[in-house]
Write a protein that binds this ligand. Structure first.
Ligand code: C5J
Length: 229
């Protein structure tokens, strides 16, 4: 497959599609859908929902080219044995992780709110990484899977930009993976955090990654023919 160059900041992002995975972080109903945990906490989910359509276009394009796709979900075991008491206590929430929430027990594996939104549902064969933390590498087998598949670069979508996306991109960067973050495919409940988080990634010569957008990536992928079945 040809090598791809995407216009990005602070400079073009170069990748080999056979050594690149699309990583879709925590596009879960409890964070993204009206009536979920995120909205229950007083957040407006509109900015998060705006990331769904461009992420879907990117998903379809990379799937059509046979590139690897990986999804993550933040959540815990039903017995809460992987939930640090500090995380449970944070925020002094009346309804917090593990409690009965609007879409089942909040951030518990197997509950409706923990599911990925149907628009971005994983396909068979696409790994789904269940993570107890904000980072996708901490306490998961993500790194093992990436190394076994020869992945060196990540294209990153998901929520929220300043929390799980940032933590994951920082973890990936420290492990030697190169990350391209698509700014219209990542989102925050807080516009000022979105702006700052995007600036921080590409600052100082790309201190821990590159930033581009879905349309620019899709144009670059046009040069990589879709696989015929
Ligand atoms: C948060 C996440 N914000 N996926 N989780 O708690 O960013």
């Amino acid at each position: 497959m040809p090598h791809v160059s995407v216009q990005a900041e602070p400079y073009p992002f170069e990748f080999d599609p056979t050594a690149t995975a699309l990583l879709v972080i925590d596009m879960q109903r409890d964070f993204v859908e009206p009536g979920g945990f995120g909205e229950m906490l007083g957040n407006d989910v509109t900015p998060l929902r705006r990331a769904i359509a461009p992420t879907r276009r990117v998903l379809e394009a990379v799937r059509a080219r046979g590139m690897m796709v990986i999804h993550t979900r933040e959540g815990h075991r039903p017995d809460l044995s992987d939930l640090p008491p500090t995380k449970k206590a944070r925020g002094h929430l009346k309804t917090g992780i593990g409690d009965a929430g609007p879409m089942g027990r909040v951030l518990i594996r197997g509950e409706p709110g923990h599911d990925i939104v149907p628009e971005l549902a994983p396909r068979p064969g696409e790994p789904v990484i269940d993570k107890p933390g904000k980072g996708s590498f901490y306490a998961t087998d993500l790194e093992l899977i990436l190394r076994e598949r020869g992945i060196r670069s990540l294209i990153v979508c998901g929520v929220t930009t300043e929390v799980c996306v940032h933590t994951t991109v920082r973890e990936a960067n420290d492990r030697g993976f190169e990350c391209l973050v698509l700014q219209d495919c990542v989102a925050s409940y807080f516009p000022e955090f979105q702006d700052a988080a995007i600036k921080m990634i590409k600052a100082q010569g790309g201190i821990f990654g590159w930033v581009s957008d879905s349309a620019t990536l899709l144009r670059a992928l046009d040069g990589v023919g879709a696989k015929t079945a």
